[in-house]
Write a protein that binds this ligand. Structure first.
Ligand code: F6R
Length: 259
């Protein structure tokens, strides 16, 4: 696990976008796993700027998003489908046929999970996966539970996640109770994973995920087992890490790069 601690959100976003762009330059037909939520918005803005300057070409890139609310369609402003077109896809030259999103309105959500999992496999798996982290340690919508979910599946959202995500809904009562999420097993099969976290509200989850034991009650802790996972944090999100900030800590350093 590599740890990158940026001074602030702008630097974290710039670093993440640079890493995504570098991967596309090395492999133009990159299969890119994407997240929604507030955290990656700055990264997506940077990628749009890079595209406008001709620094990166998405024409051969394939994307897969991590999750979608059950019951929300593309026209719903709170849907992740809408979020992605608004915050990224409309500003880059990715081909529509190469964009993969979960259908929150699928009549048979179980079949939708199977379709998506198959599509990821057909594309050869994810090369680079971007994830955020919930205050409860979730990645994708893999909520704390007793066993790590493997493949794309239906999730009952926790009350905490629904409360935190209510900020994206005009009518707070309309926060869905279920979602479809790519599973931990599929995320872990990505060749590289970048986790982004920038606020102090994430500090506890980040400490648990990096310094605590690997356990499904803190889903992000599984990234400790990945051969190429990068925790890209701001100082605020990293402030609970003993290994970095407590000199008397018995832990050894993983790796620290200050931007
Ligand atoms: C969204 C997703 C979630 C978010 C997480 C953090 O696609 O997969 O795991 O990354 O809930 O959300 P924000 O960035 O809004 O704090």
């Amino acid at each position: 696990m590599e740890l990158i601690i940026a001074k602030d959100y702008r630097e974290m976003s710039h670093q993440a976008a640079t890493q995504v762009a570098a991967n596309i330059i090395v492999k133009p037909e990159l299969v890119l796993g994407l997240a929604t939520g507030s955290t990656p918005v700055g990264t997506y803005e940077e990628l749009i700027k890079m595209r406008k300057k001709g620094m990166v070409d998405f024409s051969k890139v394939t994307t897969f998003n991590l999750d979608e609310y059950i019951g929300l369609g593309p026209k719903d402003e709170a849907s992740y489908h809408h979020f992605m077109f608004h915050n990224l896809f409309s500003g880059i030259n990715v081909k529509r046929e190469n964009i993969n999103l979960l259908n929150g309105l699928a009549k048979d959500p179980e079949a939708e999970c199977r379709r998506y999992e198959k599509a990821i496999r057909k594309a050869g798996g994810i090369d680079l996966q971007i994830v955020g982290i919930g205050q409860n340690g979730h990645i994708g919508f893999n909520e704390p539970c007793d066993v790590f979910p493997t493949v794309t599946h239906i999730v009952d959202l926790s009350e905490e996640t629904r409360r935190v995500n209510a900020k994206f809904f005009k009518d707070k009562k309309k926060v869905p109770t279920q979602a479809i999420s790519v599973g931990i097993g599929t995320i872990m099969k990505a060749k590289e994973i970048i986790l982004l976290a920038n606020t102090k509200e994430k500090a506890e989850a980040i400490t648990e995920a990096i310094e605590g034991p690997v356990r499904p009650q803190v889903p992000a802790s599984v990234l400790q087992l990945h051969p190429k996972s990068v925790m890209m944090l701001t100082e605020q999100a990293a402030k609970g890490l003993k290994r970095i900030f407590d000199k008397s800590s018995k832990f050894s350093y993983i790796e620290k790069k200050v931007l």
